[in-house]
Design a protein around this ligand. Structure first.
Ligand code: SAM
Length: 283
């Protein structure tokens, strides 16, 4: 851990390069090292780890990760304007920062990793859910990363950690909690960002679970949750017609009441439905 790096203040970096935030890239920057270092510390042990960071922008979180002891950081940034700033950070930490310029949704990350790895990011909100679902669908599971600490809009964070019966409970809650132990860590006020977004942000921790021997295929789980929640006000005996020819029979076998709505079914219930879907598909 170091007190401060020798690089210029983030506001000066942005001003000197004339880097205005672009909405199309979901850019809201954290320029206060007290906050980015707090995020790095809340992410648990990073000393000796490779950290994957999506969307470093001007590098506030990247620099905090190094200050807090990350062995190596791999960043994926799609806005080419940030290349010189990221190269300057790389020069300060020789051989420890790997910069990948490209779309994180299309960039295979695993090839950049040797040793234990965590994902830590203030995610671009326009692709945050898509990125999370990709990581949750990693095959094989447990995955190549030991932990994810990710910043989302508060309402997306609420969906990730939601439990049955809660308004925010949905497909994202089921898939996230099937794969990971999830918890929210803390909220961040819009005023902490430059420019401030319209909504509060929340840092979420996701720690991969060891799968149970009888765990269903995540693709089947995704299909049943999509069918159930895409018509969330309907009873399951009706909404599941899109994937099961005889939903009443399947619901009985899965020990789920046919007049329940999707939000009443817990993770174990959805796993039973996913097993039945698998059987129906494979005979
Ligand atoms: N990490 C910086 C911070 O905390 O100040 C910036 C976070 S900003 C919310 C999101 C960053 O993700 C921006 O730098 C943006 O250019 C980048 N970004 C947006 N879409 C991306 C994508 N598909 N792949 C990689 N980076 C992306």
């Amino acid at each position: 851990m170091v007190d401060m790096d020798p690089l210029p203040a983030l506001r000066d970096v942005i001003a000197s390069l004339g880097l205005s935030a672009k909405k199309s890239f979901g850019q809201n920057f954290l320029l206060d090292f007290n906050l980015t270092r707090r995020i790095a510390r809340a992410s648990g042990k990073i000393d000796g780890f490779t950290v994957i960071e999506i969307g470093p922008g001007p590098g506030g979180l990247t620099r905090a990760l190094f200050m807090e002891g990350a062995r190596q950081v791999v960043v994926v940034e799609s806005d080419l304007r940030f290349k010189p700033v990221l190269n300057a950070i790389s020069d300060t930490y020789p051989g420890r920062l790997h910069v990948v310029m490209g779309d994180a949704l299309k960039t295979p990350l695993q090839s950049h990793i040797d040793g234990p790895c965590v994902i830590i990011a203030n995610l671009p909100y326009n692709v945050a859910t898509a990125l999370l679902i990709n990581w949750l669908k990693t095959d094989p599971w447990p995955p190549w990363f030991e932990r994810m600490t990710l910043m989302f809009q508060k309402e997306v964070a609420a969906r990730i950690v939601a439990e049955p019966g809660q308004k925010a409970y949905g497909r994202l809650s089921v898939l996230s909690n099937f794969r990971c132990h999830t918890q929210t860590l803390f909220d961040i006020n819009p005023k902490a960002f430059t420019p401030p977004p319209k909504v509060t942000s929340t840092l979420v921790e996701l720690i991969p679970k060891i799968p149970q021997v009888d765990a269903p295929d995540i693709g089947d789980l995704e299909a049943v949750t999509r069918a159930a929640f895409s018509q969330r006000r309907k009873m399951l005996r009706s909404s599941l017609k899109t994937i099961f020819p005889r939903p009443l029979q399947i619901l009985k076998l899965a020990e789920i009441e046919p007049d329940w709505r999707a939000e009443q079914v817990d993770l174990a219930g959805f796993c039973r439905l996913a097993h039945h879907l698998h059987q129906e598909k494979n005979g």
